[in-house]
Design a protein around this ligand. Structure first.
Ligand code: HEC
Length: 124
């Protein structure tokens, strides 16, 4: 319970800091003026953190590993999340990842690009 209060006050703090007077959810697709943040999508809407951590494999590969392989192979994470390209990181576990396409296919191109930038930022 204490944690929830902490998290809430953190977001409250963040929203107060914003210059804009809008109270809209930044992930709201109708608010085209506000660019979605990859981190918000990754941790919030997409709930990707349930299986992906920055530097260690949990259920899915680490973000560092994904970023490294996608950079090496010059792959498109946007295309992958639209189910338009094949898995290149760990094809043997693809079935587990596939369930998330229901969420990512609802996301706009811009949101997927933000997610891709966020993930690629973890390459070393
Ligand atoms: C239920 C657990 C789970 C969740 C939730 C999950 N993933 Fe994954 N993800 C996996 C697993 C397992 C793999 C390894 C299989 C693979 O490479 O396709 C993977 C692989 C990936 C890959 C590498 C794909 C490739 O080419 O092999 C990307 C990119 C990715 N996930 C992004 C995401 C994003 C973005 C989200 C949130 C929208 C997400 N994942 C949510 C389990 C998950």
């Amino acid at each position: 319970m204490k944690n929830v209060v902490l998290v809430l006050s953190f977001f409250f703090f963040l929203s107060c800091k914003k210059e804009s007077a809008t109270t809209e959810n930044p992930i709201d697709k109708t608010a085209s003026a506000t660019k979605p943040s990859g981190q918000e999508l990754f941790e919030g809407t997409g709930n990707c953190t349930a299986c992906h951590k920055p530097d260690q494999k949990v259920i899915g590969p680490s973000l560092q590993e994904i970023a490294k392989i996608y950079k090496e192979k010059n792959g498109s994470i946007v295309a992958f999340l639209q189910e338009q390209s094949e898995p290149i990181v760990d094809p043997s576990q693809y079935e587990v990842m596939k369930t998330n396409f229901a969420i990512t296919k609802q996301m706009s191109e811009e949101e997927l690009k933000a997610l891709e930038d966020y993930i690629l930022g973890f390459s070393q």
